[in-house]
Design a protein around this ligand. Structure first.
Ligand SMILES: NC(=O)c1ccc[n+]([C@@H]2O[C@H](COP(=O)([O-])OP(=O)(O)OC[C@H]3O[C@@H](n4cnc5c(N)ncnc54)[C@H](O)[C@@H]3O)[C@@H](O)[C@H]2O)c1
Length: 256
């Protein structure tokens, strides 16, 4: 079995948290991001801690670049074990005013990017012939559509659909495909969401954040580490019999 874990969008935020968690579990980490500065930084920190890691630049919306990423990382670290389709983008606007270019780019990154990641990872894992794990970033917004996030919600519903379809098709190859649904995790993405939502609603950022907090039964926002725990479990032997599932990591916001 390989020990390589490729994590897209791992230059910051949730992906960075997943990189650290999977490194601690003994995986060699391909820190893949569209931002070469942040991915380099994360890989350096991991290496300084004594872990195996390397940074890669990729735009997940570019299919051939995603296939190249897998080929390069396999050349560097050997067989692929885990592929995490974590990269994603969001924007806030009303459904009527949403800009068509922003919608297209969001679908390209969140939907097609995940599709290419599944294709590239599954092709490699099938070739290796002894299974593996594909883990996708969906969202609370994949379970219930969010106001002011129509394109984002649509894309994350699509990620959950892709997860289920891929799980059914790839089960015979012992490849499991699962998804994580973060609620509100304090990252750069969340800062941007809160700022624009507050602006549209005509409230302060503090009020916006408090309104969100009021919805969380466990009484605090999520941390990248909370999400990384679930991803590490999906990647572990303990989750061998779990496929096609998505797990809410939201501190108790929705009870589906
Ligand atoms: N933060 C939350 O509250 C939250 C909630 C639900 C779901 N999510 C999902 O979790 C994932 C990570 O979110 P985050 O909060 O850490 O976001 P973030 O914006 O802090 O980090 C995302 C990372 O992905 C990279 N990226 C963006 N586009 C890319 C592309 N085309 N190719 C490669 N890399 C790209 C960015 O450079 C960045 O490093 C996303 O898929 C997001 O939709 C986040």
């Amino acid at each position: 079995m390989g020990k390589l874990a490729i994590i897209t969008g791992s230059g910051q935020g949730i992906g960075e948290g997943i990189a650290h968690r999977l490194a601690a579990d003994g995986f060699a980490i391909a820190v893949a991001d569209i931002n070469p500065q942040t991915s380099k930084k994360v890989a350096k920190v991991l290496i300084n801690k004594g872990f195996e890691a390397k940074d890669y630049v990729v735009d997940v919306a570019n299919r051939s670049a995603v296939f190249k990423l897998v080929a390069q990382a396999v050349e560097d670290f050997g067989e692929l074990a885990v592929f995490v389709n974590n990269a994603g983008i969001a924007f806030i606007d009303s459904i009527v005013d949403s800009d068509s270019e922003k919608i297209e780019r969001l679908f390209d990154v969140n939907i097609k990017g995940t599709y290419w990641g599944i294709q590239a990872a599954a092709t490699q894992l099938k070739k290796q012939g002894h299974g593996g794990r594909i883990i996708n970033a969906a969202s609370l917004a994949s379970v219930e559509g969010s106001a002011l996030q129509s394109a984002y919600s649509a894309s994350k519903f699509a990620v959950r659909g892709l997860t289920q379809s891929a799980a059914k098709e790839l089960a015979k190859d012992h490849i499991t495909v699962n998804a994580y649904n973060p609620g509100i995790v304090r990252t750069a993405m969340r800062d941007t969401i809160d700022k624009k939502t507050a602006q549209i609603k005509g409230i302060s950022i503090e009020e916006q954040q408090q309104n969100c907090l009021n919805e969380i039964y466990l009484g605090r926002e999520g941390k990248p580490e909370d999400v990384a725990e679930v991803v590490a479990w999906f990647a572990s032997d303990a989750a061998e019999y779990i496929t096609g599932q998505s797990i809410l990591v939201d501190g108790g916001m929705r009870f589906h």
